[in-house]
Design a binder for this molecule. Structure first.
Ligand code: C2E
Ligand code: CA
Ligand code: CA
Length: 356
């Protein structure tokens, strides 16, 4: 059990003690000595007194500091500081600006190719749509800065709605121009998945753009499957019944049990980048990759290795039997004009094959 404890500093407290850790330790010791044997862990956030800041803001700041301790088992006390304040101001700016960013198309969808490496030369098979934000004041902002923020407050819908619409329009444009589809995957956050209109929204997008459901791939991160697994599986299964292909993202970073895996409705496993980043022949990561490939074989789905940056990694994955690779080795995520050059290359290869 956790108890959180916010403290906003006032003159009275300052006189009582300068040492917040001591207060916390004393409280923790008291709770641990309670006779019922319940384990309670306290955390504390402190907001130093600042002239002109209201009591309720002081409380919010202490709470923010306190929330930073969450999940940290070494440290249980945080004091709100200038850096935290600046981060909060920045986050609030991004929150205020998100609707306008979508309206003014400050968001740009980049595409990163996925290559089939079991053929020679490797061939372009699909891509992943990844958002970028060209902010008029802050310049290019990477998704790591705003996606977790918007996932936490529901604004992720604004971002994902933009990406899904733009990616669908773009797939259709290329399909018409080149006569074949390069399927593009979009990321689905947990909040998207539990949004009741999701199924209809995706079906509308596909039909509006004259696509098939197989043209728009859906990535669901493994960690989304951990809570409410049954409900999530039912939603994902419905999408699959319509013909959408589901790629399980960041596989190996979450907590899927082997038992649960065999009942999951998925069409591909995207292996978490951390396995690839540290892989060398016969080391622990290599054996884990082999294990993931075995699991995928058992499930009858291909494996996509993400984060492949060099020849050694590519060679190891190819020899181990990995099917698809995405990573800087082939290309970074690039704007649509640049990605189209890769489609052109694939188009030329297909034309040559037809001539044979
Ligand atoms: P992700 O879905 O796991 O996407 C893969 C990330 O790995 C991307 O980061 C990509 O640029 C990066 N990456 C690809 N190849 C390599 C490589 O070889 N080396 C290294 N070091 N990195 C590589 P990015 O674009 O910064 O996106 C970060 C995360 O933000 C994504 O992780 C995804 O969770 C989220 N995200 C991005 N776009 C969207 C979106 O439109 N909607 C949602 N809901 N989330 C998004
Ligand atoms: Ca992804
Ligand atoms: Ca991933």
């Amino acid at each position: 059990m956790f108890v959180f404890f916010c403290l906003f500093e006032c003159q009275f407290f300052r006189k009582l003690t300068e040492n917040y850790q001591e207060i916390l330790d004393r409280l923790q010791a008291k709770l641990e000595s309670l006779p019922n044997g319940v384990h309670i862990r306290c955390r504390m956030g402190v907001s130093p007194q600042v002239e002109g800041v209201s009591l309720s803001s002081q409380f919010d700041r202490a709470k923010t500091a306190c929330n930073m301790v969450r999940g940290n088992f070494k440290n249980n006390l945080v004091i709100y500081d200038e850096q935290m304040h600046d981060r909060e101001i920045h986050a609030q700016r991004l929150i205020n600006d998100v609707e306008k960013a979508a309206e003014e198309r400050q968001f740009i969808v980049y595409y990163q190719p996925k290559y089939d490496i079991q053929v020679n030369p490797p061939r372009l098979r699909s891509a992943e749509a990844l958002i970028r934000w060209r902010h008029p004041e802050f310049g290019m902002i990477s998704p790591g800065e705003f996606i977790p923020l918007f996932e936490g407050n529901g604004l992720i819908h604004v971002v994902d709605d933009f990406v899904w619409k733009e990616a669908s329009r773009q797939i259709a444009e290329w399909k018409t121009k080149y006569g074949f589809t390069v399927p593009v995957s979009v990321n689905l956050s947990r909040a998207d998945i539990f949004d009741p209109p999701l199924e209809q929204n995706l079906l509308d997008l596909v039909s509006k753009n004259n696509l098939t459901t197989a043209d728009l791939l859906l990535e669901v991160t493994e960690s989304a499957y951990t809570d409410d697994a049954d409900q999530l599986i039912a939603i994902v299964q419905k999408l699959r019944n319509h013909g959408f292909h589901i790629e399980m993202d960041d596989f190996g970073s979450g907590y899927s049990s082997l038992n649960m895996l065999s009942s999951l409705p998925i069409d591909a496993l995207k292996m978490d980048m951390k396995f690839i980043q540290n892989v060398h022949r016969d080391n622990k990561e290599f054996r884990l990759i082999e294990l993931i490939l075995d699991i995928a074989e058992y499930l009858g789905v291909p494996v996509i290795a993400e984060g492949v940056e060099d020849e050694e990694q590519l060679g190891l994955l190819k020899n181990a039997g990995c099917d698809i690779v995405q990573g800087y080795y082939f290309s970074r995520p690039v704007p649509p004009e640049e990605f189209e050059l890769l489609i052109q290359k694939e188009y030329e290869l297909r034309q040559k094959e037809l001539e044979k």
